[in-house]
Write a protein that binds this ligand. Structure first.
Ligand code: AHM
Ligand code: MG
Length: 329
């Protein structure tokens, strides 16, 4: 007799199902956060499609196709910004969006909505046009101002500890969406033929100690002496230097394999390069949830009170023991 199929065996958990099943993590949840996460996932699928077609854009452009804004061509980071802001505005759960791509706060007009989103729609600008992995980074906060009123800057300038969820999308050799709501970190891999993200990396944890260090060593001469000494220690220990120059990709690899990413203060950029609200807080939240650590070289990233939208901070993030060692603790 032919072997029977086991119909009870799971065929995989989709992102939508996972979000729905875990909604009960939030007492009194009304489903708005779940819907918001699903909106982000839909925009990510669209952006993923645009990125995959990017190499064809000249060819398609020559065939007369228009992009999202009716123009002949747009840079991918502008397209990504449009797609995410569009999804978050139409979704109805978000009262305010702030984007690394836009100078000012974006009011969605949904003044009854409870959530605020900070997003870097497409990070890794130097890699966008050269077919190297890039990413989207997002943080979700609960608004501070009363429902129904026009939201303001105070709704956005919240410490990272206030995040209710954060995540990133990595457009790499496969596309992944990784997020946390403060109950561990879960990663989903995109299956393009089905148009679905499937749970592939449940309950992600990062090794306590790693052997990878990711830093732009071209800036070495501008580093503080303590950081120079730590980099020298990494070299002495024959750790591997790995630097893509795409934060999400460097972060993701280090989280899985164990390692540390640093964008320090340099003489040219005394506050570092990366942005607290759009890039650092989300990945710090995820890293801590996975057992890692994130600091500005001295203080915990998540406890820094932002004072301006596009504020920069020095950034040390990754395996706990490496970050501690690099801070001399
Ligand atoms: P961006 O927001 O303009 O893309 O800059 C952020 C990126 C990070 O993804 C990356 O880690 C870093 O800048 C690389 O900077 P550098 O080229 O100075 O090493
Ligand atoms: Mg960026």
């Amino acid at each position: 007799m032919a072997e029977r199929f086991d119909y009870k065996k799971s065929i995989g958990v989709t992102l939508d199902r996972f979000i729905m099943e875990n909604q009960s993590d939030f007492p009194f949840a009304t489903g708005e956060l779940s819907q918001l996460l699903r909106d982000i996932a839909i925009a990510a699928k669209i952006v993923n499609k645009e990125i995959n077609r990017a190499g064809l854009s000249d060819i398609v452009g020559a065939m007369g196709s228009k992009n999202v804004q009716g123009e002949d061509q747009q840079r991918l980071d502008v397209i990504a910004d449009f797609r995410f802001t569009q999804a978050l505005t139409h979704g109805g759960e978000v009262c305010v969006v702030v984007s690394e791509e836009v100078d000012e706060i974006i009011f969605t007009g949904n003044d009854d909505a409870k959530y605020v989103v900070a997003i870097d729609p497409l990070d890794g600008s130097s890699n966008i046009d050269v077919n190297v992995a890039i990413g989207t980074i997002f943080s979700i906060y609960r608004r501070k101002s009363p429902l129904g009123k026009k939201p303001g800057l105070d709704d956005v300038l919240q410490k990272g500890t206030e995040q209710v969820a954060a995540g990133y999308v990595l457009y790499g050799s496969s596309t992944m969406l990784v997020y946390t709501t403060g109950f561990g970190v879960n990663g989903f891999t995109y299956e393009p033929s089905l148009g679905e993200f499937f749970l592939s990396h449940p309950n992600m944890k990062t090794p306590e100690m790693g052997r990878l260090y990711s830093i732009n060593e071209g800036n070495y001469d501008d580093f503080e002496d303590s950081l120079k000494a730590y980099i020298q220690l990494c070299r002495d220990r024959r750790y591997s230097g790995r630097y893509i120059g795409s934060l999400v990709a460097d972060f993701h690899r280090n989280m899985l394999k164990g390692g540390m990413y640093v964008y320090p203060a340099t003489k040219g950029s005394p506050k570092g390069k990366l942005r607290l609200i759009y890039e650092c807080n989300a990945l710090a939240f995820i890293c801590e949830q996975a057992g890692g650590m994130a600091t500005d070289g001295k203080n915990r990233i998540l406890e820094i009170q932002p004072t301006e939208l596009h504020q920069r901070v020095p950034y040390y993030v990754g395996s706990k023991k490496m970050v501690e060692e690099s801070m001399g603790t």
